[in-house]
Design a binder for this molecule. Structure first.
Ligand SMILES: [Zn+2]
Length: 264
């Protein structure tokens, strides 16, 4: 009922969510929206005006994202079964839907939770844990540049996110960390490991964050999945109606063909 607020909010969501694709993997699909956040304010020309005596300390430069993924990322399920992962939640509209589907199929998945969302919807975090799913830290506010920041900032973000999750489920293990957008740096892997979080990537990305129709999501997942795949999908961060519809086909189908396993 606030018509003018909607476009800005929607844009914000798009910017938030574009991180989950894997830039470079399928440039034709990922190119349009997701290349934009990849280039944060370049600073090739510092202000010519000198202020020698007192300058505000410069913001630390973001370290570059390596051209290839750093070693040590988990990119397969660890068994012959397929692992399902759902990112950016919890979300009051879609997370319950996917939890219902998973429960009906008697399978579990891994939920990569955004700290802000976990703080806002602790009951959903509690249901995720209670129903046997694995928990993954997905940063406090879905910062796709988190891996490029100073190690202390990365650490503070991951700790804050863990605390929000633990406030909802004090005893549930938080096993994994997934960098938004898959824009990993080696430094970030080190921090995650120091906090006891295992770095979780993926091997199948249907780019559902970009709202393709359900049949396209199904086609992409079906074509790319094999034994041991980790499938990346989203239960939050935008309208996930198409993902929910795709999962009604994919969950039973993947279960029948490969089995659906916990990450190991
Ligand atoms: Zn994400």
């Amino acid at each position: 009922m606030r018509p003018r607020a909607v476009p800005a909010f929607a844009l914000g969501l798009v910017l938030l969510v574009t991180g989950c694709g894997e830039p470079g993997k399928t440039p034709s699909q990922a190119g349009a929206p997701s290349s934009a956040p990849a280039a944060p304010t370049p600073s090739p020309t510092p202000s010519p005006r000198p202020s020698p005596s007192r300058t505000t300390p410069p913001k630390p430069k973001l370290r570059p994202v390596p051209k290839t993924l750093p070693a040590g990322l988990h990119r397969s399920s660890g068994s012959r079964g397929v692992a399902l992962t759902f990112d950016d939640g919890p979300d009051p509209r879609f997370t319950p839907q996917i939890l219902d589907q998973l429960r009906a199929a008697h399978v579990t998945a891994t939920f990569c939770l955004v700290g802000k969302q976990a703080k806002r919807y602790p009951q959903l975090v509690a249901r995720i844990a209670r129903e046997g799913h694995q928990l993954c830290n997905h940063s406090w506010r879905h910062d796709i540049n988190l891996g490029r920041r100073p190690a202390a900032e990365i650490r503070a973000d991951l700790v804050r996110t863990n605390e929000a999750i633990r406030a909802a489920v004090p005893r549930a293990p938080i096993t994994w960390f997934r960098q938004p957008g898959g824009r990993w740096t080696a430094e970030e892997l080190t921090v995650a490991r120091q906090l006891g979080l295992r770095p979780l990537h993926w091997s199948v990305d249907p780019q559902d964050w970009n709202h393709p129709p359900a049949k396209t999501i199904i086609k992409r997942v079906t074509a790319a999945t094999h034994h041991g795949s980790i499938v990346l999908m989203h239960d939050a961060g935008g309208d996930r109606t198409q993902t929910m519809a795709a999962c009604r086909h994919l969950i039973p189908d993947l279960k029948r063909r490969y089995g659906i396993s916990r990450l190991r």
